[in-house]
Design a protein around this ligand. Structure first.
Ligand code: PMP
Length: 437
């Protein structure tokens, strides 16, 4: 039998025997064998600068995080029906980053599980089923999560919104329904319209869920005032406000530790994932005492792996490392520098329509002069940047937004290298000829 080592044999095996609904990154897929800091290394020893991986938050294979996991794994790993200080230490560390009211924690293993639990909590607390969610929002891969993810059910293979999901327009001020000064209010009105629709059916709201910057939707920053108003309307209707911080949390925004803090609101439930375990499957749901108490209605919530001592040792070390290495401050400083450089680039290149985002969570939207999305150009740039040793990705419903969300140890030199090659690729024939096509 053929050995499963070469790229071709791995691709062939995967086609036949692994999940068939997952695409690989890049036209020429990569085989990655090692990670370190903000770099990934392929099987030939070639080093790539990683601008995509917001999971390797404190850097790929951070030695302190690896060590914390290794040590605890050699001693004990069990479920959380036994007492153990790791779970309490981790909860305490996490609570110290949140507003005082959000001080009850449930540990789970993935972002999807976190949102799944958050929605269950909202339903249990309100005795309602109806969920308000954004157009092209993505909240995970489970049944409930797909049911509230317009990015999935409105896309290929989807069947549209289920009965209890109510979608409001993407609050995009660049290409969306409303632009300009009053956009925040107008988009919030749309949320209120959905609430009225629910009320007309004799029902009320269980939850309103959104990311503070809509990531899969194309790094859409919520317009000023939108979230405050949307929370107000939701709460008036008896609903629970959930902030999905799975991509935006843990200091990535630079100015604030959590994305909702950019908007001066306090959610009832916060879901936390990706960066929390730095690659180890670890996620959490933080909520108020009131929500946690009402959810504890007699039915137990047991999670075999959630909150195990190994995961908790790792998570605690991740949070400590963010503080010790001042990574939130780094995200602010480096993110601002990167955004400014990208804005300069946008003045040179007619296809960069918008540069947006916060901290180390940025997006570059490629459009023609009529604001039509330039998907092929985005794909071309990402593949060419790979040739130059820089990994980037596209997203958004039209795949015309290049997302930048690197490990938080990204530095000034990395920004300069990124900008140097972007500038080079942006004047290649394929890009310059876009108008001719
Ligand atoms: N919410 C958001 C905003 C996400 O980006 C993701 C993952 N892309 C999830 C939830 C689901 O997380 P996971 O893949 O860890 O289940």
């Amino acid at each position: 039998p053929k050995k499963l080592v070469s790229k071709n044999s791995l691709i062939e095996y995967r086609k036949q025997h692994l999940g068939k609904s997952l695409s690989l990154s890049y036209k020429e897929p990569l085989k990655i064998v090692r990670g370190s800091g903000q770099y990934l290394v392929d099987e030939t020893g070639r080093k790539y600068l990683d601008t995509i991986n917001n999971v390797a938050h404190v850097g790929h294979e951070h030695p302190k995080v690896v060590d914390a996991g290794k040590k605890q794994m050699a001693i004990l790993n069990t479920n959380s029906r036994y007492l153990h200080e790791n779970i309490s230490h981790f909860a305490k560390e996490l609570i110290s980053t949140l507003p005082p009211d959000l001080n009850a924690i449930h540990f789970v293993n993935s972002g999807s599980e976190a949102n799944e639990l958050a929605i269950r909590m909202a339903k249990a607390v309100t005795n309602e089923k109806d969920i308000l969610a954004s157009e092209v929002g993505y909240h995970g891969n489970t049944n409930i999560c797909v049911d509230i993810s317009s990015y999935k059910f409105d896309g290929k293979g989807g069947n549209g919104a289920p009965k209890h999901t109510h979608i409001f327009p993407l609050p995009d001020t660049f290409r969306g329904k409303y632009r300009g000064e009053n956009a925040g209010d107008l988009y919030a009105q749309e949320v209120n319209e959905q609430i009225k629709n629910i009320n007309k059916k004799g029902r009320n709201v269980a939850a309103f869920i959104i990311e503070p910057i809509i990531s899969c939707g194309g790094q859409i920053e919520l317009p000023k005032g939108f979230l405050q108003k949307a929370y107000l309307y939701t709460r008036k209707a008896g609903g629970i406000c959930i902030s999905d911080e799975i991509q935006t949390g843990c200091g990535r925004m630079g100015k604030t530790f959590w994305g909702f803090q950019l908007h001066n609101v306090i959610p009832d439930i916060v879901t936390i994932g990706k960066p929390l375990g730095n690659g180890h499957p670890l996620a959490a749901v933080a909520c108020t005492q009131e929500v946690a108490n009402k959810f504890a209605n007699g039915m137990e919530y047991f999670n075999t792996f959630g909150g195990n001592p190994v995961s908790c040792a790792i998570g605690t070390q991740v949070l400590k490392t963010i503080k010790q290495e001042k990574l939130q401050e780094n995200a602010l400083k480096i993110g601002q520098f990167l955004k400014t450089e990208l804005q300069k680039l946008s003045l040179e290149s007619p296809i960069i329509g918008d540069v947006r985002g916060q901290g180390l969570f940025l997006g570059i939207e490629l459009v023609d002069k009529d604001l039509n999305p330039l998907k092929d150009e985005a794909s071309y740039i990402v593949n060419r940047m790979k040739d130059y040793g820089i990994l980037m990705s596209t997203d958004g419903p039209d795949y015309n937004v290049i997302k930048i969300k690197p490990p938080m140890v990204f530095n000034i030199e990395n920004v300069k290298e990124l900008i140097f090659y972007l500038r080079k690729v942006l004047i290649e024939d394929f890009i310059l000829n876009y108008k001719a096509k």
